[in-house]
Write a protein that binds this ligand. Structure first.
Ligand SMILES: Nc1ncnc2c1ncn2[C@@H]1O[C@H](COP(=O)(O)OP(=O)(O)OP(=O)(O)O)[C@@H](O)[C@H]1O
Length: 321
């Protein structure tokens, strides 16, 4: 196991009487993507602002380490190790994309030559060469986000905080951004991401924490979180009534659907449980005509954990055969 890039213990923050963070523990391993999910106002941005030294943690907070530095003692070292993009975009719309990049290079004290080299390389990498000489105010939302990340990378940060990086982007730009994020991590960068999109956390994150009421309601891989909510099952459908009856006899724990010739077996969707169902069918000498695995998705987890009962979670299904 690698060293953690970010650790926080008992993170607290209040505004007046309002407690926003009430003892949040976080550990993000180097070179991984960590997603912080939570309903509006849960405290995601507040967490990012604390971890990036933009605001101070509450006095009762435990220690915070970012990039190997104690945030309370060496905030400058933390700042040198990180990049932040998202809701606090650094892009200046009045100057061109290239000028924004060169300005960033100046801020990082790169020589003129090195600044031009890094700028050219990053503009090419983020597909912004054609737009480089145009004012950033003329860029589309996706281009602005790409420029924002490119500007962050000028300082070669090892840890990047992305606060809602794809909010408002169209599907193509969103997928483009996901590719960029994956490439960053392939280069060894650690990404701390906040998002409103469960699908985004599911796609990208190695680990996901769900923030609710100022506390982490659950943390784990997407698969681990999905197993927290009930409702997973395997559904078998038959066209031959005799095969259906044999299967129903073999699978005693199955709920029967005599009219539809379908059986439903509670399952967490794991390979082990799926194999057990198939083994029992094999032993009985029957073959199902259709097998589908129903697993709860992150939406179900999110609704269950954040008790937003107004929305009814749906049951997606994944056809195995
Ligand atoms: N400077 C401030 N003064 C007072 N209250 C604040 C301040 N900043 C944030 N809050 C409150 O803290 C709570 C958490 O805000 P925060 O922006 O961290 O939530 P969030 O999870 O990022 O929400 P969203 O998804 O809507 O961006 C909110 O209730 C917000 O009103």
């Amino acid at each position: 196991m690698t060293d953690p890039a970010i650790t926080a213990n008992g993170l607290r923050k209040s505004y007046g009487d309002k407690t926003v963070l009430d003892g949040v523990d976080l550990a993000v391993q180097e070179g991984t993507i960590f997603a912080l999910l939570g309903p509006n106002g849960a405290g995601k941005t507040t967490t990012v602002q604390i971890l990036t030294t933009l605001i101070s943690p509450g006095p009762a907070s435990g220690p915070i380490r970012v990039g190997g530095h104690d945030l309370a003692i060496h905030p400058q070292s933390v700042r040198a190790a990180i990049g932040v993009t998202g809701q606090f975009s650094a892009v200046d719309g009045l100057i061109t994309g290239e000028e924004n990049m060169l300005l960033m290079a100046d801020l990082h004290h790169l020589s003129k030559r090195e600044g031009r080299r890094v700028t050219a390389e990053l503009l090419a990498r983020f597909d912004l060469v054609d737009a480089a000489r145009k004012p950033a105010s003329t860029y589309s939302g996706g281009m602005k986000r790409r420029l924002d990340i490119a500007m962050t990378l000028v300082g070669d940060p090892r840890i990047i905080f992305l606060d809602e990086p794809t909010t408002g982007l169209d599907p193509r730009s969103r997928h483009n951004m996901w590719r960029i994020i994956r490439e960053l991590v392939a280069d060894g960068v650690t990404v701390f991401l906040t998002t409103q999109y469960l699908e985004e956390a599911d796609e990208l994150a190695d680990r996901i924490a769900v923030l609710n009421d100022g506390r982490i309601a659950a943390e784990g891989t997407a698969e681990e979180l999905k197993r927290l909510v009930p409702g997973g099952h395997v559904r078998l459908r038959f066209t031959d009534p005799a095969a259906y009856r044999s299967a129903a006899t073999a699978l005693t724990d199955a709920a029967r659907g005599d009219e539809s010739l379908a059986l439903q077996i509670p399952s967490d969707g794991s390979q082990r449980e799926l194999r057990s169902v198939l083994d029992r069918l094999d032993t009985a000498g029957v073959e199902a005509d259709e097998l589908t695995v129903h697993t709860p998705d992150l939406d179900d987890v999110f609704f269950a954990l954040t008790s937003t009962t107004a929305d009814i979670p749906h049951q997606p299904e994944e056809t195995v055969r």
